[in-house]
Design a protein around this ligand. Structure first.
Ligand code: IPE
Ligand code: IPE
Ligand code: MG
Length: 257
């Protein structure tokens, strides 16, 4: 039985997030420019989006450019921004054909105006689609987002819209860029790094983590299936005991039956 056949369709995660890392090392291994690694990375994105759509995943968040990535050499940033526009424009037709809605999280105001404009066009054109929501994290970092949320809450508290004792996790979440998106059940990071690099820190409180040594340009649908399968074998306890989880599962089966 291949990996795809082993996946339980009843247990597909609603939201998968990916830190797509290793493009530069992929290129270095071949003695070519880092930007070539980013170009090749787009193929892996296409394959992953296809696989996610077929599996019926509702949200796929891809970390494409972090706040800290603005510190990279200017030519690399420029190449990434160009690649972004080119890829989004090229894939727009596929998004429509496959009912994919494109959206973003991050501080888009930092993006070059052309990238910003083209991206907005694609977001608008796909806004009525109801299949997979593809979320590109662009000029995104979790600390930026949490500080922005804190600032807005502080302003609304000062103006009297919010009372300090109303501030809880639920309210706080509504101020994050992911307010309309459920927390990811699974986070994948490629390239053998075991860190989160300022990505969705609030949202991954109970997310299952999957790390693979594969460099992003080499990432395939089989590896994506493998990560889903791995996730399906985990017991998510959310602070409860294993026995409590088992008994609540039995109760819900009894209710359904
Ligand atoms: C991930 O690959 C893509 C971005 C961060 C934009 P890297 O460019 O970080 O590749 P490595 O980590 O240097 O190999
Ligand atoms: C994380 O990768 C950001 C993206 C994948 C866009 P980095 O390559 O920037 O992260 P670090 O520097 O290795 O932590
Ligand atoms: Mg990297």
């Amino acid at each position: 039985m291949n990996v795809r056949e082993k996946i339980n369709q009843e247990m597909i995660p609603v939201h998968v997030a990916i830190i797509m890392d290793g493009n530069g090392r992929w290129a270095r291994k071949r003695g070519i420019a880092r930007t070539m690694g980013h170009e090749k990375g787009v193929d892996a994105v296409r394959e992953t989006v296809e696989a996610a759509t077929e599996l019926g995943i509702k949200y796929l968040t891809l970390y494409a450019f972090s706040t800290e990535n603005w510190n990279r050499p200017k030519y690399e940033i420029a190449a990434l921004m160009k690649l972004l526009v080119r890829s989004v424009n090229k894939e727009k037709k596929t998004f429509q054909e496959n009912n994919i809605r494109l959206t973003t999280i991050g501080d888009l105001s930092n993006l070059p105006s052309r990238s910003h404009r083209e991206l907005h066009k694609a977001i608008e054109e796909t806004s009525a689609n109801t299949g997979l929501t593809l979320i590109l994290a662009l000029s995104y970092s979790s600390r930026w987002e949490i500080i922005e949320a804190a600032r807005k809450i502080a302003q609304q508290t000062l103006s009297g819209t919010i009372k300090p004792d109303q501030i809880n996790a639920e309210l706080f979440s509504t101020f994050l860029t992911t307010s309309s998106i459920p927390d990811p059940e699974l986070l994948i990071r490629t390239s053998g790094e075991f860190r989160v690099s300022n990505f969705l820190l609030w949202q991954i409180a109970y997310t299952e983590l999957y790390f693979t040594p594969t460099l992003w340009p080499d990432f395939t649908r089989e590896e994506f299936y493998q990560a889903i399968l791995d996730y399906q074998g985990r017991e998510r306890r959310f602070g409860f005991t294993s026995e409590q989880i088992e008994s609540s599962k039995k109760k819900s089966t009894t209710k359904i039956g």
